[in-house]
Design a protein around this ligand. Structure first.
Ligand code: UD1
Length: 426
């Protein structure tokens, strides 16, 4: 297994470009299953989750071709779907495989998808996805670890009035795709408002779907008989951009972050400014961040968009360890998302955890040691901690970070970080 070796203490300076959003690319690729025609996608990040999604679509008999240059261009064609199954072997490495359930049900009216099960950050059930599909007439049984779903006799799902008990991002995306070709109108209330959901709506509209209300908590989808091929460019990754913002801030550097979407980063920018970090929106796709001499801690609660993203919580915690005062971090989205805290504590951070709340006292002098990455965003938090720690930090299990950050080592080295990948065999 690969590891990262970081020598901390360098202020990051220069320009770094953000890749396409992983969490947008995943549903958008799954949406290509909705049509027999060609769907061309641009700005797909080169990360492991997207390779897994390609394998999954190929397993179902879709043709996925990736251009040589730029490798972020994908063409997907699914004239026939002979295997309407997402097997355990693929689902276990990527929970977002559940995103094929909605499109399969809409296109062929039958799907067999392995249950995703738990993951490091909590139980993460998919009950809301299934309940909503049942409201649309699907018959669903779960047996032998698989979800087996079948549309009503007509072969088509029917529009329904669905109110999500809890806001779910991939749940909203699944139902959007299922409803796009259902019989009649679907109204989805308490829907997720994340920019990635809005990006999926933009693609579906280009494919011929009739959707309104994107960006709000109520989506209205009028089902159409058929969707067609199109071309789409995925939005920039706001979590990668946010991670670089913290990297610039925490190292006292001066970073220009290009190819990003500042309008999706409101909550992160506000928090960093509160910490005393200077942020300049240079233009509609560029932000400049300069670290403060003295960072000031403040409380933060993770929330659904447009609130502060849970996917930025570990990175904010790394910053809070370097900020003066007490920062109370409340995790409201996932039940077990503080695994990085104990690793940061091993580096010298002063953090105490009580259930969903972490109390960080700063600033603490971090010192490098061997730490373990437990999930994708926790790994990013540990990289940030390593960038400010004295001496060497060795991060194990970085396959987690490779799931979602394109070329993180190369990008950080490009702005002056001393970080290298140590290739492992086991
Ligand atoms: C997506 C993102 C992930 C992000 C998360 C929250 C993708 C591929 N992943 O994950 O990076 O951290 O949103 O912003 O886009 N829940 C249920 N039942 C369900 C579905 C969800 O109880 O059927 C709960 C979850 O356990 C969690 C909360 O709802 O506590 C939010 O989860 P959800 O928005 O569904 O997360 P994902 O879509 O899996």
């Amino acid at each position: 297994m690969d590891k990262f070796l970081i020598k901390g203490g360098k202020a990051l300076r220069g320009r770094v470009a953000v890749s396409g959003a992983k969490n947008s690319a995943l549903p958008v690729m799954a949406a290509a299953l909705l049509t027999a025609e060609k769907v061309t996608l641009h700005n797909i990040p080169k990360v492991r989750d997207l390779i897994t999604m390609s394998k999954l679509l190929a397993f179902m008999d879709a043709r996925v071709s990736v251009a040589e240059v730029p490798a972020s261009d994908y063409v997907i064609e699914a004239p026939r779907l002979n295997h309407t199954e997402a097997p355990y072997e693929l689902v276990k490495t990527m929970r977002a495989s559940i995103l094929t359930l909605g499109p399969l049900m809409a296109r062929v009216g039958v799907a067999r998808v392995s249950l995703p099960g738990g993951c490091a950050i909590g139980a993460r059930p998919v009950d809301l996805h299934l309940k909503a599909l049942e409201q649309m007439g699907a018959e669903i049984v779960t047996s032998h670890g698989y979800i087996e779903a079948r549309a009503p006799k007509s072969g088509r799902l029917k529009g329904a009035h669905i109110v999500f008990e809890k806001i779910t991002v991939t749940g909203t995306e699944n139902i959007l795709m299922a409803a796009a070709m259902a019989d009649g109108e679907t109204i989805l209330e308490n829907a997720a408002r994340e920019p990635e959901v809005t990006d999926l709506v933009a693609l579906l509209r280009k494919m011929g779907a009739q959707i309104c209300g994107d960006g709000t908590a109520t989506l209205r989808i009028r089902g159409v008989a058929e969707l067609h091929g199109t071309e789409h460019t995925v939005i920039p990754d706001r979590i990668e951009a946010g991670t670089f913002l913290v990297a610039g801030a925490i190292t006292g550097g001066d970073l220009t972050i290009a190819n990003c979407a500042p309008e999706h980063l409101g909550a992160v920018i506000a928090k960093l400014e509160q910490a005393g970090v200077a942020i300049e929106i240079v233009d509609k796709s560029t932000i400049r961040v300069r670290g403060a001499k003295r960072l000031v801690g403040s409380d933060m609660t993770t929330e659904e968009y447009p609130g502060f993203a849970t996917d930025m919580q570990a990175q904010y915690m790394a910053l809070a360890t370097q900020a003066e005062g007490t920062s109370v971090i409340s995790e409201k989205i996932f039940e077990n998302r503080f695994l990085h805290a104990s690793e940061m504590m091993r580096m010298g951070a002063n953090i105490s955890i009580d259930g969903h709340t972490a109390v960080v006292h700063g600033p603490a002098r971090l010192s490098g040691t061997t730490v373990q990455a437990s999930d994708l965003r926790a790994s990013a938090g540990l990289v940030l901690a390593g960038l400010v720690a004295s001496g060497e930090t060795l991060i194990e299990r970085v396959y987690h970070i490779d799931r979602g950050y394109e070329g993180i080592v190369e990008k950080l080295r490009g702005v002056g970080a001393e970080i290298e990948r140590i290739h492992g065999t086991a």
